[in-house]
Ligand binder design. Structure first.
Ligand code: KIV
Length: 255
């Protein structure tokens, strides 16, 4: 059965963890879906695959192009797509237009937006009222790299309190789940206990209702990984070995 956003909330109630990963093309999406991943995100971490230094250059056109390919590879997983930097922060109208394009053109079931400041709460609330499922994202928000860097967020009591209250505001605005990135474990636990929607952690400890990682990190394809990522295989090394073997065989007339 294809997964929908309500299912994730039921899983939280049942204590069944949500398995989430990112994808950027048809082949990766097919593999993740067949392996039982519940939620596939076309994140703006697509920047890694496109060779950008940060997530900021990723455009709406690029993410839509990749999300269409990902959707073709999915039979079961819930598909969520990031709205790239400055395609939703400007106004409710801009967010509605961008999210509408993503849902209409890619077949995704939801969009993810970063931040929980008052103007963002208004934007998210209007998207939800218009029937657009929204996944929230707090803590380290890579689109704010030039303000926050890539360091852990919510370390002081004041910073933790701000994230906690933003999480509550996001739930009230109607997000169907919340990504918590690179925050202390105790803060993630507090938010997870307080909210009725699921939390999906990335560098936020093991007690969230689910976990997400960037697939190019998991597979060892990224040039560098964040400290909280777990690398399950080294595809850079595997690919290099395979290509070197092929090149040798071609040069020696063995293939
Ligand atoms: O862009 C992305 O891949 C993300 C995840 C890190 C949650 O936002």
């Amino acid at each position: 059965m294809p997964i929908n956003t309500q299912q994730l909330k039921q899983w939280k109630q049942q204590g069944r963890p949500i398995v989430a990963l990112t994808a950027w093309d048809y082949a990766i999406a097919q593999l993740l879906d067949a392996a039982g991943v519940d939620l596939i995100l076309v994140g703006d971490s697509l920047s890694v695959i496109l060779g950008y230094e940060t997530t900021l250059p990723v455009t709406l056109e690029e993410i839509i192009h990749h999300a269409k390919a990902v959707k073709r590879g999915i039979k079961r997983a819930l598909l969520v797509v990031d709205l790239p930097f400055l395609t939703y922060q400007e106004s409710i109208a801009q967010a509605m237009q961008s999210a509408g394009r993503v849902l209409k053109e890619t077949g995704a079931q939801g969009v993810k937006l970063e931040g929980g400041y008052p103007a963002m709460i208004d934007i998210i609330s209007r998207l939800v009222q218009a029937g657009i499922p929204v996944l929230g994202h707090l803590g380290l928000t890579p689109q704010s790299i030039h303000q926050l860097g890539l360091k852990q967020q919510g370390k002081t009591p004041q910073a933790a309190d701000l994230i906690f209250h933003q999480a509550i505001a996001l739930e009230q605005a109607g997000v169907f789940a919340l990504v918590l990135e690179h925050i202390p474990c105790h803060l993630a636990v507090k938010i997870t206990k307080e909210l009725s929607i699921p939390t999906i952690g990335i560098g936020a400890g093991q007690e969230c209702n689910g976990q997400i990682l960037v697939t190019s990190d998991v597979l060892g394809l990224s040039e560098k990984q964040p400290p909280f990522a777990k690398v399950y295989t080294d595809l850079r090394q595997e690919i290099t070995k395979a290509v070197e073997k092929y090149a040798l065989e071609v040069r020696n007339h063995h293939f």
